[in-house]
Design a binder for this molecule. Sequence first.
Ligand SMILES: Cc1cc2nc3c(=O)[nH]c(=O)nc-3n(C[C@H](O)[C@H](O)[C@H](O)COP(=O)(O)O)c2cc1C
Length: 189
Amino acid sequence: MKKIILVNASPRKKGNCARALSIIAETVKDAEVEIFDLNQKTVKPCLACGACKKKDTPFCIQKDDMADLLPRLDTCDALVVASPIYFGMVNGPAKTFLDRIYPFFNPAHPNMTSATKFGKKAAVILTAGSSPVDAIENHGAAYACFDVAGFTDKKILGFNSAQSGMDQNIFSIDEDADKIKALADWLCQ
Ligand SMILES: Cc1cc2nc3c(=O)[nH]c(=O)nc-3n(C[C@H](O)[C@H](O)[C@H](O)COP(=O)(O)O)c2cc1C
């Protein structure tokens, strides 16, 4: 059975990111799904202390929910991060989460990662109010950090509510819901 971790960066419990992730949770088959809601968890910023690069230390010396999640990120099969676009970028909780992937970064390793599993799948879902979808999806470089955690098979999907209206359910549009369902199928392959 595949293990899939769904990370929600939006503070809106019934917002577009939450809806996208629920469609994924409902669509995936033969998968164990964990939803990690960044706004309900304690995820402190990276301290850049370098402790994670020393031998015989755990993934991260901080004691918070992210430190607990790191071993599961190491061994899972797929990760999805859903973030709203705030002023052209992922929001603050999403960026803090991405920075905390740093313990996996290991330049001494040929693949630059100390992750025990390589070739895992990762998807980023970005929801916006009005930014054009291709501009939203053109964030590829930001997700290079996934490679250092062994998530090398990546997809980035952007959505905006320009058609459905600001603050409306983007995924009430069939075309958008279908893209998310297709992503869920891909995660299980
Ligand atoms: C602080 C803030 C900044 C935002 N900046 C943008 C933006 O730059 N471009 C855009 O298209 N939408 C922007 N939005 C709208 C959100 O991206 C959009 O409503 C998104 O779907 C919210 O996702 P959620 O429902 O999962 O919270 C912004 C919203 C907030 C609260």
